[in-house]
Design a protein around this ligand. Sequence first.
Ligand SMILES: [Fe+2]
Length: 195
Amino acid sequence: MAIAVSIAERIQRLLLSLRQPSLAPFLAEWPQTHRHRAVVAGDLPVLRWLGTMACDSAAFGADLVTAVADAAPSLAWRQTYTAKELGCAFIDNYGYSEIVGTNGPLVSERLACGFLILGPSTHYPRHHHEAQEIYIPLSGTAGWQQGAEEWRDCTPGTVIYHAVNEPHSMRTGASPLLALYLWRGADLAQNARLG
Ligand SMILES: [Fe+2]
């Protein structure tokens, strides 16, 4: 649990340092005290990219990236989708780990926060969810598309906001992506829906 608390504190410090108004409602929900939940560590094929990202000199919040890479074996890595839905190549290059939230090691019913990893040349197809969301790439530049907008490249440190049920998708190029995500909303346990 000490690892989860240490990572959560690093995340909070990084978010506060950005001084972004769009982050304020999310930071207002940050748990004031730590309630712990036992989680079962889970490995995924996509974790093979963490070594590359831990050496990324262009990473945003490099100490956090290193901390995630070091802590990865003790974190619960999960997937919402199946190979039947999105194919084996996607499943081998996708995973996330919640640190704060409804199933992560630090309990919150008001905020979810964790890390998403996508391998190189991976397209996370268009999806949406009730929760408002913020993504911040930490390592790797990825293409981002939301609503009716054109695709744009998002570099490490970019703050990306998705409104309630706003469709969005991402695609990586030559580099893998490690991104911080934040969710806030009525039903944080609800999965994203494709399409
Ligand atoms: Fe999302």
